[in-house]
Design a protein around this ligand. Structure first.
Ligand code: ATP
Ligand code: MG
Length: 148
């Protein structure tokens, strides 16, 4: 079974929970383990919070700053999740993806978002252009044996 969904929402912190739950609900037919589900939810949260906090930092009208979540599943248990924004973009993606790197100096930011996404998902690809936006593509292969 192949299945696909796309949802677009304002870059507001409260929509992180919405995005996380939407992705989790969408993959449910694949019968993920509790661990797989937690990993997907956490990775989606990190990607969405990056769009909200960094992508649209300083944006005037938040309701018009949109974040898109796209999920695709296929019968082999492959889950592909794309989180994208049309915000400020990342100047140096390679640097941004390094553990502990953050452009925000605050106790709340540890610079571990990309590292978490990378370790919880099987593949992570980040495409970004300054002034245009960022797209994070994450792929995870679910263990379908448990669904049999
Ligand atoms: N969507 C985005 N738009 C613009 N910049 C981004 C985006 N996502 C990440 N970045 C940049 O990449 C850096 C690293 O992101 P990462 O998620 O690893 O750490 P963080 O968000 O700074 O801290 P943490 O995720 O641990 O709270 C950010 O500090 C920011 O500069
Ligand atoms: Mg982050």
């Amino acid at each position: 079974m192949n299945n696909r969904m796309k949802t677009v929402f304002s870059a507001l912190a409260e929509n992180e929970a919405f995005a996380r739950s939407a992705a989790a609900a969408f993959v449910m037919p694949l019968d993920p383990t509790v661990e797989e589900l937690t990993e997907i939810k956490t990775a989606v949260s990190e990607a969405v919070s990056n769009s909200v906090i960094h992508g649209y930092s300083g944006w005037e009208d938040r309701s018009q700053a949109m974040v898109e979540l796209e999920c695709e599943i296929n019968g082999n248990g492959r889950v592909t999740i794309i989180v994208s924004d049309h915000g400020r973009g990342i100047a140096n993606v390679e640097k941004a993806m390094q553990p502990l790197f953050s452009t925000v100096e605050s106790e709340e930011r540890s610079g571990m978002g990309f590292t978490v996404m990378e370790s919880f998902m099987d593949k992570l690809q980040v495409k970004s252009e300054e002034g245009k936006g960022t797209a994070v593509t994450m792929t995870k292969y679910l263990d379908l044996v448990s669904a049999l």
